[in-house]
Design a protein around this ligand. Structure first.
Ligand SMILES: *Cc1c(COP(=O)(O)O)cnc(C)c1O
Length: 376
């Protein structure tokens, strides 16, 4: 575990469940990605963790921001971001949110349908717009495909219409799916983006930007390729398609920026056999699906667990949350093993839980208080 966080736990009497996040690690993640892809900007996907200390640190680093709602835009402004540093990156935006964003000077908006584009043309006239492409999400542990994006042919049509409606057709975007473990997902998507550039150039429209979205994976229980494998594949693909005429490249990392910076500290509420002598133990924690671990749905994201007994004999467990809901089972099929000594009252750590946990926490389901958060 991150030593700054383990010291913080050792020196403070903090109750569980809580998220502790090292903001310096966010800075290191930002710098790593920023140096690897120098063609444009890093737009932090605010939804991954919108905590003010994170946003402030990123503002200090001159980061940009990908906001999905007027509320997220306001959080960025509160942290000191300028409207020109914010992209309104949700293909589904309320009219009132578009109006509010336009009024304060947000310049960039996404769409993947004629209907959304018409909303932008009417309520944010003249803005820079980009069209989201649908791309393969194979290789992603948390796919986004199906809900967003459109085909290359349709995107080309829409961007022509955008110009006719007085908008500025700026570029295209995609998202290869979150926790994407295959670098080729990016190169295949860049190829689609490049074909939009070529087709539109022939019609007199010069796109200037590709938004590569997020998706960059972090290490949970299983190894993933190093980030350099992704950035190298992206660089090579950009050179291949654009030579020395590479457009502005936007990255929207969420998970990669904050995931490995945080840990959840949780307490074992009960470790029980429930009468089944041959079955696995059930270990119930004071955090579960409704306390913020939404990404354990389908056991898609498998967190690494640290206990104070690590190294001693382990046995199979089913891990579950504390609520009275039957779906509040965290891991049943993923072969988790925990030390046999583990018992009620013990504290354990769920590693790399800085992304997509704090905001997924429900509001007092079964009376449980929301996750405490510490940014250090
Ligand atoms: C969620 C999201 C991201 C961040 O994705 P990660 O996989 O966390 O990097 C980026 N862009 C858009 C449009 C998103 O919806």
């Amino acid at each position: 575990m991150n030593s700054k966080i383990s010291q913080f736990i050792a020196n403070n009497q903090i109750s569980t469940p809580c998220l502790i996040l090292d903001v310096d690690q966010v800075e290191r993640n930002y710098n790593q990605l920023h140096q690897a892809i120098p063609y444009g900007g890093i737009y932090y996907a605010v939804k991954a963790n919108p905590a003010l200390p994170i946003l402030k640190r990123l503002v200090a680093l001159n980061s940009f921001f990908d906001a999905a709602s007027w509320e997220e835009i306001q959080l960025c402004l509160d942290a000191g971001a300028k409207p020109s540093q914010i992209s309104f990156g949700n293909t589904v935006k309320k009219i009132s949110s578009i109006q509010s964003a336009y009024k304060i000077g947000v310049e960039m908006y996404v769409f993947d349908s004629i209907e959304e584009m018409q909303k932008i043309a009417k309520h944010a006239p003249g803005s820079k717009v980009y069209c989201r492409l649908i791309v393969d999400n194979l290789g992603a542990d948390w796919p986004l495909s199906g809900k967003f994006g459109t085909t290359v042919d349709h995107a080309v049509e829409l961007l022509i219409q955008a110009k006719n409606l007085g908008l500025d057709p700026y570029g295209v975007s995609f998202h290869v799916g979150s926790q994407q473990t295959d670098p080729k997902a990016y190169t295949a998507a860049i190829e689609k983006a490049a074909s939009c550039f070529t087709t539109l150039a022939a019609q007199g429209i010069e796109l200037r930007m590709i938004n590569l979205g997020g998706g960059f994976p972090i290490r949970y229980r299983e190894d993933v390729p190093e980030i350099e494998e992704f950035t190298t594949a992206i660089q090579q693909s950009l050179l291949h398609h654009f030579g020395n005429n590479i457009p502005r490249i936007i990255l929207e990392p969420g998970r990669f920026m904050v995931g490995n910076a945080g840990i959840v500290s949780t307490e074992v509420v009960l470790s029980s056999k429930r009468g089944k002598t041959n079955g696995p133990r059930w270990v119930y924690l004071d955090i579960g699906r409704f306390g913020g671990l939404a990404e354990t749905e389908g056991e898609a994201i498998r967190y690494q667990i640290e206990t104070s007994y690590d190294g001693s004999t382990t046995g199979p467990v089913v891990l579950a949350g504390p609520s009275c809901d039957g779906v509040d089972v965290i891991y049943q099929k993923s072969n988790y093993q925990l030390p046999l000594e583990l018992t009620a009252g013990d504290r354990i750590s769920l590693l790399s839980t800085g992304a997509y946990v704090s905001t997924y926490c429900s509001t007092r389901f079964n009376g449980f208080a929301p996750l405490e958060e510490y940014y250090i």
